[in-house]
Design a binder for this molecule. Structure first.
Ligand code: DOR
Length: 448
């Protein structure tokens, strides 16, 4: 079910730049982009008019990294609730991670995710496939079958693939399938305090002056750097494409920059929380700030920002990781790592990065939209607002201010590190495949 929409008088931003225009949507695609020619507007009856004056109109946002938790974790999130959160946040495509229960290591789980997402109808969902069976890091998943079922990206996210030989083979197979491998880059032994074996006495925050002060076990920056360096070497050797998820350290930014310089086929993403928060936030002992990889230092934040500005980092992804209240609301050390992010990502980026001039609006939207679409090879998402392309769009009021309130969000979970934060810039409308799925706080298709 699609809508006929007249998105009127907005500042249209796409990969070709910024202009003021009216955008008409019909039959699932952009029907017309007009700037001033009245002839069409005069006969534009039967279109729902959305006043976008003073608003940004851009291609829908694409999040390469979300946890929708279904199957198996439905108390924290369902595909439906996660997709509603995506629509409310301006995202029209999300890539759903494989660490569900059962794990997305069979075509049957991939099909389940696709089916539920289609039924929900709020956004496109591209399921990620597990690299290893059961995320155990021992045997490769049936990658060809998973790719035939629609997988573009393979990841054991949440778990780092420790076995370098398995990683090499994953890259080789994925390369043949024209898919991407993304490895959670934290050495499983290094993140354990005092040389514990993998999984034992894991650090719960960045290792450094703050963790020493708080008396909490840390995860050192080098745990990320050694895996990123290793994986870049493997990508160079195999010639396959590799994607580095949630980059959190200056060292990783430096390694990725050097690899790009050499021609290694690497792309990278960074989260809004790693771009804006430091390990000082853990001083509250609020479990909302526990995440893997952990929040780092101000120096790392600066490196991530300049990496994004310089194109070393290609995409902003949320790593939306919902956890049910009864799981997350525990002592910092006992709480599971992860933060929700779909409904705050755009506003946090606008408020903390674009507003103060750390990042241009064009760079921000590229990193949130057409860059990740390109990495995932979603060819229909061209990043252009022009006649004939699928109508995946977001309308954002750049001046509106609001306070992030997790209890009012669409996600089933409330573990946001931005709770109570005043934000500037708010999603007003989201159009997914030609349907107005979110509009001024409501979901019009549900009312109809
Ligand atoms: O903090 C995290 N939580 N990091 C991950 O990589 C996984 C995620 C989760 O699934 O909860």
């Amino acid at each position: 079910m699609t809508d006929r929409l007249w998105i009127r008088g907005g500042q249209v931003l796409d990969r070709s730049g910024l202009r003021v225009a009216d955008v008409f949507v019909a039959a699932g695609v952009i029907e017309r982009v007009s700037s001033g020619d009245q002839s069409f507007e005069d006969v534009a009856t039967g279109y729902k008019e959305l006043d976008a004056s003073g608003c940004l109109v851009s291609p829908g946002l694409v999040d390469m990294h979300v946890h929708l938790r279904e199957p198996g974790g439905e108390r924290a999130e369902t595909i439906r609730s996660g997709c509603r959160a995506a629509a409310a946040g301006g995202f029209t495509t999300v890539c759903a991670m494989a660490n569900t229960s059962p794990v997305a290591d069979t075509p049957a789980v991939i099909r389940l995710v696709q089916r539920e997402a289609e039924l929900a109808g709020y956004c496109r969902v591209v399921p990620a496939g597990a690299v290893s069976i059961g995320l155990a890091g021992e045997r490769l998943s049936p990658m060809a079958e998973l790719s035939a079922a629609g997988v573009r990206l393979f990841s054991d996210d949440g778990r780092c693939l420790q076995n370098a030989e398995l990683m090499r083979r994953a890259l080789e197979y994925a390369g043949q399938l024209d898919c991407l491998v993304s490895n959670h880059a934290e050495d499983a032994n290094l993140v354990c305090a005092h040389g514990g074996s993998a999984g034992e006495r894991e650090g719960v925050m960045n290792e450094g002056a703050e963790s020493a002060r708080l008396g909490l076990p840390g995860r050192p920056w080098a745990a990320e750097a050694v895996i990123v360096e290793r994986d870049l070497a493997l990508a160079e050797m195999t010639g396959a494409r590799i994607h580095v998820p949630h980059v959190s350290t200056a060292a990783a930014v430096e390694a990725i920059a050097a690899a790009k310089e050499k021609g290694v086929r690497v792309t990278a993403e960074v989260t809004p929380h790693h771009l804006t928060l430091t390990d000082a936030a853990c001083g509250t002992y609020d479990p909302a700030f526990r995440v893997n990889p952990p929040l780092r230092t101000a120096n790392d934040v600066e490196a991530l920002r300049s990496g994004l500005r310089d194109g070393v980092i290609d995409a902003i992804a949320t790593d939306h990781a919902p956890h049910a209240e009864e799981e997350k609301e525990r002592a910092f050390e006992d709480a599971p790592p992860g933060m929700i992010g779909l409904e705050t990502a755009l506003s946090v980026v606008l408020t903390e990065l674009v507003g103060p001039g750390h990042l241009s609006l064009e760079n921000a939207i590229a990193a949130l939209s057409w860059n990740p679409a390109g990495i995932l090879r979603l060819d229909m998402l061209t990043g252009s607002i022009e006649v004939g392309v699928p109508a995946d769009l977001v309308v954002v009021d750049l001046e509106a201010e609001w306070v992030a309130d997790p209890s009012a969000m669409q996600s089933l979970s409330q573990n946001s590190p931005f709770a109570g934060k005043r934000l500037k810039g708010q999603v007003r409308h989201t159009v997914s495949q030609g349907a107005l799925v979110y509009s001024d706080g409501a979901f019009p298709r549900e009312i109809a």
